[in-house]
Design a protein around this ligand. Sequence first.
Ligand code: HEC
Length: 119
Amino acid sequence: MKQSSLALALLMLTIASASAQQAQISGNVAHGKTLYQETGCYQCHGLAGQGAPRTGPRVSRTEFPFDGFVNQLRRPADQMPPYEATVLSDQDAADIYAYLRQMPPPPDASSIPLLKTAR
Ligand code: HEC
């Protein structure tokens, strides 16, 4: 019993320090935009991060936590090419992440005239 509560305390400490580390990562939005375009993310995910059914999912305003985002870059889930740290550093990833997170939300469908049905 004592051992398991010690293990739990250690686990909680690890989680607390991991989230403290995560809070320290801050990205440069302008550099993130440059990287997003120059490393070719836009080719599959779209210039506005909107995604496309055949090339890659929407990434604008990504809800991935930062470490999950980096994990997808380093070890993609499926068909996305991997981006090793030698190609894209953790700071570069943080910059792209900051750029994607601050993107404006898509307009509401009711505000797009073409989507309004004629009555
Ligand atoms: C050749 C096409 C391609 C390129 C280039 C590409 N991706 Fe992807 N990306 C994908 C595909 C396809 C997926 C779906 C999962 C997979 O295949 O790993 C994906 C998934 C993602 C996801 C997870 C989205 C989700 O909600 O599941 C993120 C985040 C992401 N990409 C970011 C990036 C970033 C940042 C770059 C540039 C550094 C990039 N991708 C470059 C094709 C691409």
